[in-house]
Design a protein around this ligand. Structure first.
Ligand code: 5GP
Length: 114
């Protein structure tokens, strides 16, 4: 997997507004927010996309969902509602080749997404 901007954020080589961090993952505000709350949750393990996940990543993914829930509560969108998005591959709209979960909330979100 090639180096991405998210690897640099994990290593603190470029700044990000971090809202949660532990040994397995990092959560930080998206630089181009699409909603009042727009946080990215990423594993520190360099996994390129959802397509690269394997069975051995199951515990890590379970942990990430718990972190997503924690961040949604911390950002005060748990009660009003929020959306979790994973863009995968070119037509899926993935622009950074490091697996990431978007947490979007703080406004009414349209459905279906474009
Ligand atoms: P994707 O389009 O791959 O699903 O999402 C990538 C997201 O990363 C985009 O929403 C984009 O705004 C965000 N992003 C790209 N570069 C940076 C950066 O340097 N810092 C932060 N905080 N977000 C970034």
């Amino acid at each position: 997997m090639s180096e991405t901007i998210f690897s640099k954020i994990i290593r603190k080589e470029i700044p990000a507004k971090v809202v949660y961090e532990d040994d397995q993952c990092l959560a930080f505000y998206d630089v181009a927010p699409q909603a009042p709350v727009h946080v990215l949750v990423i594993p520190k393990k360099p996994i390129e996309s959802l397509e690269q996940l394997t069975a051995e990543d199951a515990p890590l993914m379970g942990h990430l969902w718990q972190v997503i829930q924690r961040v949604a509560r911390q950002e005060r969108v748990a009660e009003s509602g929020y959306r979790v998005v994973v863009n995968c591959g070119h037509q899926g709209g993935q622009s950074v080749d490091h697996l990431h979960f978007h947490i979007l909330g703080g406004r009414d979100l349209a459905w279906p997404p474009g």
